[in-house]
Design a protein around this ligand. Structure first.
Ligand code: S3P
Length: 437
């Protein structure tokens, strides 16, 4: 634990966001690079890896399963053990706060010859797991969890997985990726039908590891793999981490900032579309491709916003950005309505309730609905907010502090380190008046 790990943030209003900022590497891509590198043949070298608690939890668990992973803080080198080379751990596999790690790892472990038990922290132990367990059972996996559908998950090894055709009942990239990883071990073809697009990093990365999937509109198919081949992966900056500075620059008058080398995968960047619909001035510069992922420098100037009804098809592809989008909505003329976002209730916290609690504490006019929220133009008065241990709630209210009448203090911010180590220092560099208290 570092000395700031149990601290609160204090943000004073004002300033401008300016300069050129590089946020840490993409969390989703970092998890996938570790997992595929571990089960590939030969070496994988990762640059741009997110040195966050979630991705380090994935790395540690893979080490416990016998994979040699060297991490000097800049470059990660993995000696792949092959599809059948992972080993049983001596103790339960603890994935901390990370939903992505536990759901993807469950798919990977369902195909192994040994038994596994997966656990996590207080938040992860309450999150829904039947969404992965049910389809894995249809693939012939022997797998169980609590009666409430939560961790611990127990997997009996040695089951012969069978490919299935499965329509995703929730728009979830974690579920899709879990089944793709199990599909590497399943006889025949595993086909996933995705009604609404979700992030496609697993599909892209599988082809970088020489195992292609096929995509026919909404049907994604993967065949059993003989091997994956290790490769070099250069990970772009995380769009979800960049989103806090994007919104900060939009709502703070006089701001003009460039976020460098950010992943703009079209299954991730819908927040830009939402902000443009609300009137934001955003330019993508120097567009290019890096390890199979589209990347750009994002140039933002402060803009006047107006409220909108957020199009429902954009919800799954902006899912992690809603806490900070809702902060922007409070600065927009009129009313902004979010619906079709019930998944927000089962993230690291119930993000609809956590945002509402923070809005009530700081004077914003907002109403919660079963699957979303209505936010009306209003001014943050300042006050004390509980992040509920949710990294994205903590960072969203840090941005709110910039446009507040008085100081905002956010408690329980330690989990910011799961996705964005160095958030406070980088925010100070960008022009925010933020400190630990
Ligand atoms: C993720 C998928 C999303 C997202 C999470 C990361 C991933 O979850 O909220 O932060 O890396 O696959 P769902 O797929 O459950 O919506």
């Amino acid at each position: 634990m570092n000395s700031n790990s149990s601290s609160s943030f204090q943000i004073k209003p004002g300033g401008v966001i300016s300069g050129r900022i590089i946020v840490p590497g993409d969390k989703s891509i970092s998890h996938r690079a570790l997992m595929l590198g571990a089960i590939a043949e030969g070496n994988t070298t990762i640059t741009g890896f997110l040195q966050g608690e979630d991705t380090l939890a994935t790395a540690n668990v893979l080490r416990q399963m016998g994979v040699e992973i060297k991490n000097d803080g800049k470059i990660v080198c993995i000696k792949g053990v092959g599809l059948k080379g992972l080993k049983k751990t001596n103790s339960p596999i603890d994935l901390g706060n990370s939903g992505t790690s536990v759901r993807l790892m469950t798919g990977l472990l369902a195909g192994q010859i040994f038994d596994s038990e997966l656990i996590g922290d207080k938040s992860l132990m309450t999150r829904p797991m039947l969404r992965v367990i049910n389809p894995l059972r249809s693939m012939n996996a022997e797998i169980s969890c609590t009666d409430k559908g939560t961790l611990p998950i127990n997997i009996i090894g040695g089951c012969k997985l069978q490919g299935i055709e499965y329509e995703l009942p929730v728009a979830s990239a974690q579920l899709k990726s879990c089944l793709l990883l199990a599909g590497l071990y399943a006889e025949g073809i595993t086909t996933i039908i995705e009604k609404q697009a979700t992030r496609d990093h697993t599909e892209r990365m599988l082809s970088a590891f020489s195992h292609s999937i096929t995509r026919d509109e909404k049907r994604i198919s993967i065949s059993k793999a003989d091997s994956l081949i290790g490769t070099d992966i250069n990970i772009p900056a995380d769009f979800s981490s960049a989103s806090f500075f994007i919104i900060a620059a939009i709502i703070l008058p006089g701001s003009d900032v460039v976020l460098e080398n950010v992943g703009i995968n079209p299954t991730r960047d819908a927040m830009l579309k939402i902000m443009e619909l609300m009137g934001a001035d955003i330019e993508l510069e120097n567009k290019r491709e890096q390890s199979g992922e589209p990347v750009a420098d994002i140039h933002i100037k402060s803009s006047d916003l107006h409220g909108i009804n957020i199009p429902q098809e954009l919800v799954p592809v902006a899912i992690d950005e809603f806490p900070v989008i809702m902060v922007a909505a409070s600065c927009a003329k009129g009313e902004t309505c979010l619906s079709g976002a019930a998944e927000l209730r089962v993230k690291e916290s119930d993000r609809i309730q956590s945002m509402l609690d923070g809005f009530i504490a700081t004077g914003i006019q907002a109403e919660g609905t079963e699957d979303g929220m209505i936010v009306r133009e209003s001014k943050f008065n300042g006050g004390v907010v509980n992040s509920h241990g949710d990294h994205r709630i903590a960072m969203a209210f840090a941005i709110a502090g910039l446009v507040s009448k008085e100081t905002i203090v956010i408690n329980n911010c330690e989990n910011v380190a799961t996705s964005f180590p160095g958030f406070v220092a980088l925010s100070q560099k960008a022009g925010m008046n933020i400190a630990y208290v």
